[in-house]
Design a protein around this ligand. Structure first.
Ligand code: NAP
Length: 293
């Protein structure tokens, strides 16, 4: 019999990921804080419940994908949380991008009930979530990973176990440091070209085949050209990832100087009221600094 999957968090990422599970034939029990966001999934056959606890009452594999560490901790360990419904042998898979230090603490609490936890953050953005082509980086026990792998494969094209619980989160932080640095660099480069009066679409066309070319450049140029920054990936969420990376760096004694600088600039976007825009809105902040806006 096909396993029922529990799914908590139906935001930009969670909703299409849950849809892909339904399409792969998994019965789904879903919870989202804002009830209306589950409507589309209910129409596709998912059963909606009122608390995270009811999700874990009804499914032994429970996936969570919410914003940050306090939110993940609250849906898993909080009042009416997942922990109140789990049984021996349940597996909690947190796919949010949160602090790996929080992940390890939550995993310890769950292990006291005989419950395994995997941290399985994702990259690939909304498009990857819709297409079921996410890159999924997993930390946790091998046996729990093997149990859950086919479920993850319904949402991603790359599913890699990188180590014990927390390792997925550290991998994701590394990913976010790279994406932020690249985004900052391509935004600076394109603002320079724009102020010099060079058409940035042509700049893109001219450089994309060389060493400066890459996925982030290809993905973000249309937003720079059109000046439209609908998320995608919200700037406030990327600021949260850089904050978590800097905290992890402090905890482990690792200097992350460029990450610190980019965190400051991204945070200024939030101060300008751009926090709910796509993270590529850093381009607009740099345009302002260059006197282009
Ligand atoms: P989002 O659209 O803002 O969705 C956030 C989800 O978390 C919503 O379901 C929200 O519920 C829920 N939530 C927030 N606070 C909560 C609380 N206190 N209690 C219960 N639920 C709560 O964010 P997203 O873009 O889907 O991102 C989700 C996670 O994936 C984040 O950790 C993000 O960093 C990561 N991620 C995102 C992308 C991307 O491109 N968007 C890519 C890779 C990874 P409501 O609907 O009630 O607000």
């Amino acid at each position: 019999m096909v396993q029922t999957i529990g799914f908590i968090g139906l935001g930009i990422m969670g909703k299409p990921m849950a849809k892909n599970l339904i399409q792969a034939g998994y019965p789904l029990v879903v919870y989202n804080r804002t009830v209306s966001k589950a409507q589309e999934l209910v129409e596709l056959g998912a059963r909606q419940v009122s608390f995270p606890k009811e999700v874990s009452d009804n499914a032994k594999i429970i996936i969570t994908i919410v914003s940050d560490s306090p939110e993940a901790e609250s849906v898993i360990l909080g009042e009416h949380g997942v922990i109140e419904g789990v049984r021996q042998g349940s597996v909690v898979v947190d796919m949010s991008s949160i602090s790996p230090i929080t992940t390890q603490r939550v995993a310890t609490e769950l292990s006291r009930r005989g419950v395994a936890m995997l941290d399985a953050p994702v990259s690939g953005g909304e498009v990857g979530a819709i297409q079921g082509k996410l890159s999924i980086m997993v930390g946790g026990e091998e046996s729990a990973f093997e149990k859950v792998k086919p479920v993850l494969e319904a949402m991603g094209s790359s599913v890699v176990r990188v180590g014990d619980v927390g390792a997925g989160g550290f991998t994701k932080l590394s990913n976010q440091i790279i994406v932020a640095g690249v985004l900052q660099a391509i935004s600076e480069a394109m603002v320079l070209a724009k102020k010099a009066g060079v058409n940035i679409q042509l700049v893109h066309e001219a450089i994309r085949g060389g060493m400066a070319g890459g996925r982030t450049l290809d993905m973000k140029i249309p937003a720079f050209v059109e000046g439209k920054f609908e998320p995608g990936f919200k700037m406030d969420l990327h600021i949260k990832d850089l904050k978590n990376a800097l905290l992890a760096g402090k905890a482990l004694g690792v200097a992350l100087p460029s990450t610190g600088l980019v965190h400051e600039l991204f945070s200024s976007c939030s101060a300008q009221g751009y926090g709910q825009k796509d993270h590529s809105v850093i381009f607009t902040l740099l345009e302002q600094l260059a006197g282009l806006k």
